[in-house]
Design a binder for this molecule. Structure first.
Ligand SMILES: NC(=O)c1ccc[n+]([C@@H]2O[C@H](COP(=O)([O-])OP(=O)(O)OC[C@H]3O[C@@H](n4cnc5c(N)ncnc54)[C@H](O)[C@@H]3O)[C@@H](O)[C@H]2O)c1
Length: 191
């Protein structure tokens, strides 16, 4: 893994302005980057089983280095996870970890995890801090930016959600090494 200086893109939204950091090796500095912007906070990491197997240990070590206490909520991979049932699981996990409004929900996964965790962050305690660490190509180039969050309803896709902007997006291009080629290709055009 090479560690290079990340590209920083500022998304200018007045008092909701946030940075997108793009580069290889960013997971290793995630704890420091988050702690610098949101000092003294604790976090719930929401992820899926595939991403957890490949990268969760690295993220946990990085958050620990930044002094960020972390609870982890690991969900099954796949579009079906964007459901009311899993939203309830995430909300309950965040509350069980006794996180406060100023604490952070970290979405660590593809677009499914980003949309679901972002929605949970938007509604728990009427809106918690939210950090996106997108791990699929689609999530890095599209879904992690812009603040669109939500889940699917039995009546259709993406029908329930809120706009909730992240405080920071960390796009580590190195994590794409473990992305299955089919998912990599899907990142070029949304299914
Ligand atoms: N909010 C928005 O603006 C927006 C925009 C476009 C799409 N979306 C949503 O994004 C979702 C699709 O996102 P997606 O294509 O990332 O799907 P996804 O989150 O299901 O990820 C695809 C698969 O890749 C795996 N994966 C992800 N990162 C990995 C990694 N680094 N290593 C190994 N495996 C990895 C996941 O476990 C999953 O099996 C849809 O629900 C869509 O509605 C949202």
């Amino acid at each position: 893994m090479s560690i290079e200086a990340p590209v920083v893109v500022e998304v200018g939204l007045g008092d909701r302005t946030y940075d997108i950091l793009i580069g290889s090796g960013l997971l290793a500095r995630a704890g420091a980057e988050i702690a610098r912007r949101l000092p003294g906070t604790r976090a719930a990491v929401v992820t899926d089983a595939n991403v957890a197997a490949a990268h969760l240990d690295a993220l946990k070590a990085s958050l620990e280095t930044g002094g960020i206490q972390t609870a982890v909520i690991t969900l099954p991979p796949g579009e079906k996870t964007k459901s009311f049932a899993h939203l309830e699981e995430v909300v309950d996990g965040v509350l069980a970890a006794k996180l406060e409004r100023g604490d952070i929900v970290i979405a660590f996964g593809g677009g499914v995890i980003g949309d679901l965790a972002g929605f949970a962050a938007g509604i728990v305690r009427r809106g918690m801090n939210f950090v996106q660490i997108p791990t699929s190509l689609l999530a890095q180039v599209d879904s992690s930016v812009g603040g669109k969050t939500g889940i699917n309803s039995p009546r259709g896709k993406n029908l329930v959600g809120v706009f909730h902007q992240p405080k920071l997006v960390l796009a580590d291009t190195g994590v794409l090494d473990t992305l299955p080629i089919r998912e990599f290709r899907a990142g070029y055009a949304e299914r």
